[in-house]
Ligand binder design. Structure first.
Ligand code: KMH
Ligand code: ZN
Length: 279
């Protein structure tokens, strides 16, 4: 079991409207402020979705580059760009996310019903994204929304080999309406099915599953993802005001469980990310 815990923060996502949640970080300034505070609270990696001037989800190339640069200059967090985007983003635009040269990118291992929408990830797209990530030395985080996605990960590794850096990190995204439920049984089934090549795993639970899945992941030796992309409530009737609250809460839990938050340097080593900081 890992001696310390990688805490990923997913602060924004593509699903929540700024008008509904003004505290959601949507501008570059808000995102950088959030990242700094979350690193201070114990995060090692930031999973980034960006918004445009109207606070709508975007994959604009210039904004993505500026975001990566600002986060890299002002924090030591591993910067992971979402290639999932929003359910409305075309596959071609999602591939172009890698042009922004992040440390890491998400790579979802299959198509999923996503509420009333479909989050599209056909195998040829996954395969192309994986090969591009290898060529550009960007470390993928394999997002697993369902047990079938674990099987697809097996196929990707068999056909294309290991990611840049040689590490295989996966993240179970549980409780998406249409994906695996946010239960211990589903999480354990996923863990048991992981290919031997997997070197680390984390988990998150959407909505109400947030805290139970965090506790289960810690107990099972995994790492954690939290953030307003996944969960907007701290407790019944109590909205999250800042992503750092969610990071602090699990940092305390991890410390209590004798697996304190991992430093950003250890996070880089765990994931095998390429050094791109210029200092
Ligand atoms: N916004 C979801 C449709 C990812 O970032 O790679 C997809 C998502 C996964 O959030
Ligand atoms: Zn995401």
């Amino acid at each position: 079991m890992a001696a310390s815990t990688l805490i990923t923060v997913a602060p924004t996502g593509a699903e929540t409207a700024k008008s509904d949640f003004p505290q959601l970080p949507t501008t570059l300034e808000e995102l950088v402020e959030t990242a700094v505070a979350c690193q201070e609270a114990g995060a090692g990696l930031i999973h980034v979705h960006i918004r445009d001037a109207e606070h709508e989800p975007t994959l604009d190339a210039t904004r993505l580059r500026d975001t990566v640069q600002a986060l890299r200059e002002q924090t030591d967090l591993v910067v992971q760009l979402s290639t999932g985007g929003s359910v409305h983003d075309p596959l071609e635009s999602r591939l172009q996310v890698l042009d922004a040269e992040p440390d890491s990118c998400s790579l979802t291992c299959g198509t999923t019903n996503f509420g009333d929408n479909v989050f599209l990830n056909p195998y040829p797209f996954m395969s192309q994204l994986y090969r591009q990530a290898q060529e550009r030395e960007v470390v993928p985080e394999f997002e697993l929304f369902d047990l079938g996605h674990v099987h697809a990960l097996r196929r990707l590794i068999d056909e294309h080999g290991l990611p840049h850096g040689g590490k295989v990190h996966v993240d179970f995204v549980t409780n998406v309406p249409g994906g695996m439920p946010g239960t211990i049984e589903a999480l354990v089934a996923g863990i048991q099915a992981l290919p031997d090549e997997v070197t680390s795993w984390s988990a998150t639970g959407i909505g109400r599953a947030h805290l139970p899945i965090a506790a289960a992941a810690l107990a099972a030796g995994g790492h954690l993802r939290v953030g307003m992309e996944d969960n907007l409530m701290l407790a019944r009737g109590q909205q999250v005001q800042h992503n750092s609250e969610l990071v602090s809460r699990v940092a305390d839990l991890a410390t209590l469980m004798q697996r304190p938050p991992m430093s950003t340097e250890d996070a880089r080593a765990l994931l095998g990310v390429k050094e791109r900081r210029q200092r």
